[in-house]
Structure formats: C-alpha cells, structure tokens
Ligand binder design. Structure first.
Ligand code: CTP
Ligand code: MG
Length: 385
C-alpha cells in the first residue's frame, strides 16, 4: 500500500507573486490541482497527505476536498524536510511505501510514478534523475574555480521514496540535521541507505520562477494526456402492480389504472438507473444508500435519489458518458412518455438528452411481466474519470 506526501508549505519566494505559486493557473487548473490529480489517478496510490503552511491551510483543504485519496492536510514546517516529516507522521501504519512529491511539480507522469513505486518495491528506495549534459563549473565571486567532471552527475527530481519504516527511522536518527537537507534521498544517504536512481523526465519541471509557466504549458499541450478510465455498471429492478397507487416511471407520472407498490414512489426505471450508476462507480447500491427501512424515504420521489446519486458520482470525480434503460411492461404504452422521461432523467443527472436512452418492450405475455403483475427495468451506465 502506497502513501504520498506532498510538501506544499513553501513560501514560493522566487516566484515573486502575491499569491503562492501553487495556486498559479496552468492550462486552466491550479498547479496543486494538477499534482493532486496525478496521484489521485494512479491505481497503486492509496493515501495522499498534503503539508501546507498555516497561511494557506484552509485554501489547500478546500482544494483537497475534491480528491478522495487525500487523507489529511497537515501543517508543514519551516524547512521542506520538516514539512515532509509532518506529512509522513500522518500516514497510517499499514502504509508500506511512501513517495514524496513536490506540490510544485505538476507535470509528473503516471509512468514515472509507476517506475518509482516498482523500484522501491524491488530495491527499497528510488529517486528519479536526469544525467547532467552541460559542463559543470564551481565559482567564487563570479570567477570559475573548478570544472566539476560531469560523469555520474544527476539532476534529481521527485517523486522520491522508500519504505515508510526506512524513511521514518532515517528522520528519527538524524533529528534536527534534516533541516538543511533539500530532498529525501539526502536523508537516506546520511544514514548510509543505498538510494537507487531511475530515469527522470525532462518535462517533470518544478515551478520556481514565472518564466517556467509558458514552458510547462507547452509540455501540457504537447504531451499525450493520460487516457480516461471507463467503467460500466448495470442495474435491475422490479415492482409489483397494486391498486390505489400512482404510477411513476422514469420520473414521469403516467395515468394508469394501477400503480407500483413500494416504499418510495416505486419508480422501477429510476431505481435501476441509480443501481447502474452506483455499480459503475463502485459505490454499492440503492438499498444501501436509501434503505426502505428508513422512514425518511417513505413516498419520496425517486428523482431525488437520482439527483443524489449523480452528486455522489460527481464528488467522486465520475462523469456520466451515457445511460440506457429498458422498461419491460405489458401496459401502459411507454412510447408517448419516452421523450418526457428522457428530459426528466437528463435534467436529474445534469447531462445532455443525447446521453440518455430509453427503450421499452412487452414480455409477450410470458412471466410476471407478461401476466401484468408488475414492471421490470434494466439499466446500464458508462462512466469516465
Ligand atoms: N516546501 C514545503 N515546506 C517548506 C518549504 C518548501 O512543503 N518549508 C515545499 C514547497 O511548497 C514545494 C516543494 O517543497 O512544493 C519544493 O520547494 P520549492 O520549489 O523550493 O518551493 P518554495 O520553497 O515554496 O519556493 P521558494 O524556495 O522559491 O521560496
Ligand atoms: Mg524553497
């Protein structure tokens, strides 16, 4: 199980703007949102802890609410390593592997995250680096004192990491000495733990000065984006015909001699729809969310369940690609109501009409539907994130 610590408690002094560089906009989203999205989207990552300065704690908490993997936003420290330690302590005990990634590196790829995690699993530690290609000099008062041989020299990036135990014991051993260290690899090196270098990415830039913004936007525009994840869910529901109830189907009141029996308005089409959506998102089913043992749901309009389900999907980052319903009923005829049902469902889900399809069929007089004892409905939903 992998946890990620995102140090975001720096002042951003070299960036020189009134607002912290982490809130600067890159292609329409803040730097911090890009960074959080990268780890939220990685399947191996289970928890994210963000270290923020007191000044920005509330704003960073607000942004983090959108990410289900963010466990906590903690207050950071004076130095980067103190911030990292605050984050490290907030990860749960069953977190085996920890990555530390600068909030200010929003272009981190899914591939590099995977390489770092796999290397830690195999070797116990990892740091991404790029071999230095330029000639390197040391100077004193603007005059070169030495040419440093560039063989085996690397410019290192984040995410860096190791097993949680290793990092914690290194931080404990070094105590106040961590303050001067600018990365986690230095902390491991200082206790003599071997640090493994993996190939970094030229695009994995750290936002430091204003001039970095156009370069980063260029990479954002030209690097292929991570493909969306698609999920499908199905739902099925049946309700029995009874006398003296209104018939509600697909969010529409249909005049009919019989209605459907149930705790809520018994709209089988909308119940199947909710189950398909919840199924696709891996969020359980309608019975768990709106139990028919709860008097609060008695006679409720099922359209409210649809709206709440759509909200829940949205909070979890899912977009509804399409839904498709099949209503099985001998009577009444669904055709005349189809267009209105599509309107109501599209508006309940807050999607365009083109994403909603409704079909109806009889059951050729076979089975409980055929004997007009009730109505059944199937639904399928495709989601993306
Ligand atoms: N950081 C942190 N706590 C600190 C200092 C830095 O969490 N006390 C974080 C920054 O928010 C950033 C990352 O460490 O995400 C890398 O640091 P850097 O790029 O140097 O950012 P700042 O320290 O914010 O910028 P500057 O050095 O220009 O002030
Ligand atoms: Mg700094």
């Amino acid at each position: 199980m992998v946890g990620v610590v995102i140090p975001a408690a720096g002042q951003g002094s070299r960036f020189g703007s009134a607002e912290n560089k982490l809130f600067a906009s890159l292609a329409g989203r803040t730097v911090l949102e890009h960074t959080l999205t990268a780890f939220e989207n990685h399947d191996d990552v289970q928890w994210i802890v963000v270290a923020a300065s007191m000044r920005e704690l509330e704003r960073i908490k607000d942004i983090s609410l959108k990410y289900s993997k963010v466990l906590k936003v903690v207050e950071g420290g004076e130095s980067r390593q103190e911030s990292v330690l605050c984050g490290l302590k907030a990860l749960p005990d069953d977190c085996e592997i920890v990555l530390v990634h600068d909030a200010a590196r929003p272009l981190i790829s899914q591939h590099l995250i995977s390489v770092v995690i796999d290397t830690i699993r195999a070797e116990g530690s990892a740091v991404p680096g790029i071999p230095i290609r330029d000639t390197v000099k040391r100077s004193n008062n603007g005059v070169v004192t030495e040419t440093v041989p560039r063989d085996n020299l690397w410019a290192v990036q984040t995410p860096q990491g190791a097993r949680r135990e290793t990092l914690l014991s290194a931080f404990n051993t070094l105590g106040a000495r961590i303050r001067e260290m600018t990365d986690e690899a230095s902390v491991l090196e200082a206790i003599g733990f071997p640090v493994h270098i993996v190939g970094g990415e030229v695009s994995n830039l750290k936002l430091t000065v204003q001039e970095d913004i156009p370069r980063m936007e260029f990479y954002l525009m030209t690097t292929p984006r991570t493909p969306a994840t698609y999920r499908t869910g199905m739902g099925y529901d049946v309700h029995q015909f009874v006398e003296s109830r209104e018939l509600w189907l697909g969010g529409v009141h249909i005049p009919h001699t019989l209605g459907l029996k149930g705790h809520s308005d018994a709209d089988a089409a909308l119940h199947a729809l909710c189950d398909a959506l919840l199924g696709g998102a891996g969020l359980g089913d309608i019975g768990v969310l709106f139990p028919d043992t709860d008097p609060a749901h008695k006679n409720r309009a099922s359209m409210e369940f649809v709206q709440e389900t759509a909200d829940m999907l949205k909070r979890n980052g899912w977009k509804i690609e399409n839904v498709d319903l099949t209503i099985l009923a001998e009577a009444p005829k669904i055709g005349p109501w189809r267009s209105l049902m599509i309107d109501r469902i599209a508006s309940g889900l807050q999607v365009g009409r083109d994403r909603v399809n409704i079909k109806a069929t009889t059951s050729e007089k076979l089975g409980f539907v055929g004997r007009s004892e009730g109505i059944a409905c199937w639904a399928i939903a495709t989601l993306s994130r």
